[in-house]
Structure formats: structure tokens, C-alpha cells
Design a protein around this ligand. Structure first.
Ligand SMILES: Cc1cc2nc3c(=O)[nH]c(=O)nc-3n(C[C@H](O)[C@H](O)[C@H](O)COP(=O)(O)OP(=O)(O)OC[C@H]3O[C@@H](n4cnc5c(N)ncnc54)[C@H](O)[C@@H]3O)c2cc1C
Length: 545
């Protein structure tokens, strides 16, 4: 059976009738990572997500698989080592969505780090993170730095350090994980929210009450172990479990703003000083450049964090002080996103000083909650949680195998295999689809691109233009294999088009909504509502209050 919302009623009746070994609450990177690990070990797994997969923090990050350079400043050596090692593994598992990207760290007089300290920090980073020899840091003098990025202001520039980060598409990584977990036997449901726990006579959690936000029905789920992987919402569920004592979350908000490439035409991704001790990224990507992030204490409602005027002013000021010739303005911004870091509160520490380490809480009822961490470290976090679940189940399962399990679409055995697979997709497209579209799909779906191309071949004659046929083929793939229910799922979480390809997505939204409504037999009221919702999301990305 496909990972498609068309099968939703079958999935829901299964979810309500089987006793699971493990129920995972939350379909972000943490929850989907846990579901994959547990399913591969042979556990019966159900994951429920209250909105869409990756709709929380996991679609709102800086989109880097970090080596964790900034943690050196906080002397978190083990964290640097762990995330550095992990990023090599995650790259191997999903080369199509985890791509090496050189990062330039310009060094200015009066900056946080001098030339010597930057060189040493990058060296320690390379060693701790186990960076491959071809990707080790390179120190540049002033002219070398300006050659690498001519838009940097030259005044007071001392040089630069070039090191490697890995760029990702956070929500694509999550969806590839979710698809892999499903293929390994887990059941994953989006738009299904836990709103209470079920306890046995000894007061131990043995399931949860779930609401299906699409069909409207409520159902109970039985599970031997329940994991709360709900990111910024972790404490809400701990409260529901009456276990919100001791350490709590401190949410901090981080925003990113997006410019058309012509307005911010950097040729090189950069990580630069802001002047208040923080550093931010400017990352060019397919026709746009995005800038971020901020880090401010957040105590407002969790469901819809947005980028406000103060965030915009902070980022514009930072960029304009380093890329002085550009004089970027608010009206140059074409979109934005805001995310919440689920960090652990530590008295007296500023947002930037709070540790990014993950933390596990086990309550009296047996509920396991996990918060903190990074996208990058999802696999290690998952392993720890599934080890704990295995202990609780008191049963022997297979060993953790996620380090060698390619994610959906990512079965590339080497860099050469990756390149020749891309060439193969171009051949399959046989010249009737533009090379850029095939490549865009390849970096989104990896080997699964062939499924879309075959679909396109079958339907292309029904459409007036190849662009319409391409949209139909891609939306159909998301409907049949990626559990989309609404156009927002497609334009935000499956493709990121609302952020990175605004003009094209505006024209495509109504057509995609019709395709979705027809495929899922949605009633008129639902299809109208979801059209309004995606259009609101589109507008919110450029309205700053
Ligand atoms: C601005 C910013 C930049 C970042 N940049 C990076 C980066 O570049 N690299 C990196 O490695 N990390 C980065 N991070 C950190 C990383 O994004 C997070 O650590 C990670 O995404 C957290 O994932 P999660 O699955 O724990 O939480 P989420 O992604 O928030 O997932 C939790 C899910 O639980 C669901 N949920 C909540 N309550 C319920 C319920 N009752 N029932 C069912 N489902 C529920 C939510 O809808 C949500 O989808 C960044 C974070 C931020 C905020």
C-alpha cells in the first residue's frame, strides 16, 4: 500500500486496532528518525503528527547539516565531534538532499575572532568533526577573501577562512525519513493529534487519545511505549502527563529572510559577525539568497511563529554592515520563515548561550520525552530513544542499523553513482523536460525522480504545456507517495516553492489545489478553505509586524 492520504481511512482503522510497541508523537526530524530506527529493528511503530510532517521547527531551520563550528565557542567539544561525524553519515544516506557547500568566514578588525583564533578554531573543528582531507579549512589573505566574495566590504578586512558545511532541505530530509520508516513497516499519520494519554491501572502510560483532523473522528491508540518527540510542544504534553517538573523548555525564535539573487548576488555562502557577539549566515541557493538567523527568547503562542519588523531590522542591519554596497531594504525581501528552538532552560543564560544538546525526560507514567538537539544529530538521538524503548519492552530486537540504511531516493553508493544517476534522469527525460527541472527534481527526490518522469511521460499529452504537465506529475507523486493533503503541504514542506520560487508557485497554487481536491475527492468547502490557507501563508511570508 502506498504512503498516500488516499489510504488514510485504512491507516486510521489500523492505528486504532493494533497494539503498538512504540507510539511516537511528533512528525519532525526527531520523531521520524525514531520511527525509522525502531521499525528497522523490528518494532511495531505508529507515529502521529498533528499537522503535516515537518510543519514544526523541522521546516524552519537554517537548512544546514552542521559540523557545529559555533559550539566550539561554548566549548562543547563532544557535540562538535558528534555532529561532525554524523553529518558525514547523513550525507552518505541522502546525497540528494545533503550537499557539501563551502562557507566563507570573513575576519574583520574588532570582530569576534582574529586570524589566528579563526585558523585554530577551524583546525580544531576539522579534527574534532573528522573532516575529510579534501574538505579541510583553507585560510585566505585579504585579496583571496575578496576574490572568493567580492561583495564583502574591504575596509578593516583581515582575511578569511574557508570551511565546509553541508546544505540540506530540512523538510525534504524529514519526508525522506518518513517514507523510509513507512517502507520499513512503520505507520505514520499526519493531521492526527494526541490530546490525552491512556494510563493502565498502575498509572503507566499505555496509549493515547488521538483526533483525526481530516475526518474529524477521535480514536484511541494502544502502545507499550510512548515517546513524546513534539519539539517546541514537548512541555505541553509533559503537562498533560502531569510530569512538568524540574527542567523545562526555553523556546527561542530564529528567523530567515529571502532576497531575489539579483538583490543579494553573493557568489559564496558566508558566515559573518553581527557585532553583538553573534554570527549569521548568508546562503545563495537556486536564484535566491537567504539570510539568518536571529535568536530571541520566545514566550508567545507556539503554533504560528512569524518574522516581525524587529527581526527584519536586525538582519538587514547585519547584512548591510558587511555587504555595504548592497543597502538591502525591507521591500527587497521576497519571503521569510520563523522557527522555534526547543532548548532546555538554564538560569542566567542568554538564548545564544543555551546548550543545543538534546535532553531526555522519563516521567513517572513511563512517558519518554525528548527535546533539544539538531537536525544534524537526529540519528544519534533516535538511537538513544529506541535503545530506551527496547529496555522498557524487555525484548530483544535487531541492532540499530540506521547508519547504513539509505533514505528514500538516496541509494547512491558513491559520488560517481550520484552523478551518473542524475545523467540517467536527464536521459529518461529525453529532452522534453528542461534540464533545470530534471535537476531540481533530482535534488528533491533523488532516485525517485524516475517515478515522476514516468508519470509525466504517461500524462504529458493531456496538457497544453509541458509546465502544466510537470506540475501535475509532481503533485501526483506527492499525492501517491508523500501523504500530502493540502496545497500548503506541497508548496511549503514538499517543495519549498513558497519560499524559494514565489512567482512560479503563485501561478501554480490554484491548479495544484484542484489536482489535490480531485485526487482525494475533497468536498468543495475543504478545497476552498485550503486554498485560502495556502494563500495566507504566501502573504504572511512577506508581512512583518
Ligand atoms: C532558526 C533555527 C535554525 C536552525 N538551524 C539548524 C541547522 O541549520 N542545522 C541543524 O542541524 N539544526 C538546526 N536547527 C535545529 C533543528 O531545526 C531542530 O533541532 C529540529 O528541527 C527539531 O526537530 P523536532 O522533530 O524535535 O521538532 P519539530 O520539528 O518541531 O517536530 C515536532 C512535531 O510535533 C508535532 N506535535 C506537537 N504536538 C503534537 C501532538 N499533541 N500530537 C501530534 N503531534 C504533535 C508538531 O506539529 C511538530 O511537527 C535550527 C532551529 C531553528 C529554530
Amino acid at each position: 500500500m502506498n504512503f498516500s492520504s488516499k489510504n488514510r481511512s485504512v491507516f486510521i482503522s489500523k492505528a486504532g486496532s493494533v497494539e503498538y510497541d512504540l507510539l511516537v508523537i511528533g512528525g519532525g526530524i526527531t520523531g521520524c528518525g525514531i520511527a525509522l530506527d525502531a521499525a528497522l529493528r523490528g518494532m511495531k511503530v505508529l507515529l502521529v503528527e498533528k499537522k503535516d510532517f515537518a510543519s514544526g521547527t523541522s521546516s524552519r531551520s537554517t537548512k544546514l547539516i552542521h559540523g557545529g563550528l559555533r559550539y566550539l565557542k561554548q566549548l562543547e567539544f563532544k557535540l562538535v565531534h558528534d555532529v561532525g561525524t554524523e553529518r558525514a553519515i547523513v550525507h552518505k544516506l541522502a546525497r540528494h538532499v545533503v550537499i557539501p557547500e563551502k562557507m566563507l568566514l570573513p575576519i574583520y578588525e574588532e570582530g569576534t575572532l582574529g586570524t589566528f583564533t579563526t585558523s585554530m578554531a577551524l583546525l580544531v573543528y576539522d579534527l574534532l568533526a573528522g573532516v575529510k582531507s579534501g574538505e579541510r579549512r583553507k585560510m585566505l589573505n585579504v585579496s583571496g577573501t575578496l576574490k572568493q566574495e567580492p561583495l564583502l566590504q574591504a575596509n578593516k578586512l583581515l582575511g578569511g577562512g574557508l570551511y565546509f558545511e553541508y546544505r540540506t532541505d530540512d523538510s525534504r530530509l524529514v519526508i525522506e525519513l518518513a517514507k523510509s520508516a513507512f517502507a520499513a513497516g512503520a505507520l505514520l499519520l499526519n493531521y492526527a493529534e494526541v490530546n490525552g494519554f491512556i494510563l493502565n491501572q498502575e498509572g503507566k502510560v499505555c496509549g493515547a487519545k488521538v483526533i483525526d483532523h481530516i475526518g474529524g473522528a477521535a480514536f484511541d491508540v494502544k502502545a507499550k511505549v510512548v515517546v513524546n518527540a513534539s519539539g517546541p510542544w514537548v512541555d505541553i504534553l509533559r503537562k498533560e502527563d502531569q510530569s512538568l517538573q524540574g527542567k523545562r523548555l526555553q523556546l527561542t525564535k530564529g528567523v530567515h529572510i529571502v532576497f531575489p539573487f539579483e538583490k543579494f548576488p553573493i557568489q559564496q555562502a558566508a558566515y559573518f559577525d553581527v557585532g553583538d557577539g553573534r554570527m549569521i549566515f548568508a546562503i545563495p541557493r537556486n536564484g535566491i539568497t537567504y539570510l539568518g538567523t536571529t535568536d530571541t527568547v520566545y514566550n508567545e503562542e507556539i503554533d504560528h511563529p512569524t518574522c516581525n519588523r524587529a527581526d527584519v531590522e536586525y538582519l538587514l542591519k547585519a547584512a548591510n554592515s558587511v555587504f555595504t554596497s548592497l543597502q538591502l531594504k525591507e521591500s527587497d525581501i521576497v519571503s521569510s520563515w520563523a522557527g522555534l528552538r526547543p532548548l532546555i532552560q538554564e538560569d542566567g543564560k542568554s538564548p545564544g548561550e543555551l546548550s543545543r544538546k538534546d535532553e531526555i525526560f522519563i516521567s513517572r507514567s513511563g512517558l519518554i520525552s525528548i527535546a533539544g538537539g539538531k537536525l544534524t544529530g537526529y540519528r544519534l538521538m533516535s538511537e538513544k530513544i529506541v535503545d530506551l524503548a527496547e529496555k522498557k519492552l524487555n525484548q530483544k530486537f535487531s541492532k540499530c542499523s540506521t547508519a547504513d540504511h539509505y533514505l528514500s531516493g538516496g541509494e547512491f553508493h558513491s559520488e560517481n553513482d550520484f552523478k551518473s544517476s542524475c545523467d540517467y534522469m536527464l536521459q529518461l527525460a529525453n529532452g522534453y523536460v528542461a534540464k533545470e527541472i530534471v535537476e531540481e527534481w533530482f535534488y528533491r527526490y533523488g532516485k525517485n525522480t524516475s517515478v515522476i518522469l514516468k508519470q509525466l511521460q504517461a500524462i504529458k499529452d493531456k496538457y497544453q504545456t509541458i509546465e502544466q504537465a510537470c506540475l501535475a506529475a509532481e503533485v501526483t507523486y506527492a499525492l501517491e507517495h508523500e501523504m500530502i493533503v493540502t496545497p500548503a503541504d506541497f508548496f511549503i514542506r514538499r517543495t519549498g516553492k513558497i519560499f524559494f520560487n514565489r512567482e512560479q508557485s503563485l501561478g501554480q497554487i490554484p491548479e495544484a489545489n484542484t489536482l489535490i481536491a480531485d485526487y482525494l475527492s475533497q468536498v468543495n468547502a475543504q478545497s476552498k478553505k485550503q486554498l485560502t490557507e495556502v494563500q495566507q501563508e504566501y502573504a504572511t511570508a512577506v508581512s512583518f509586524r
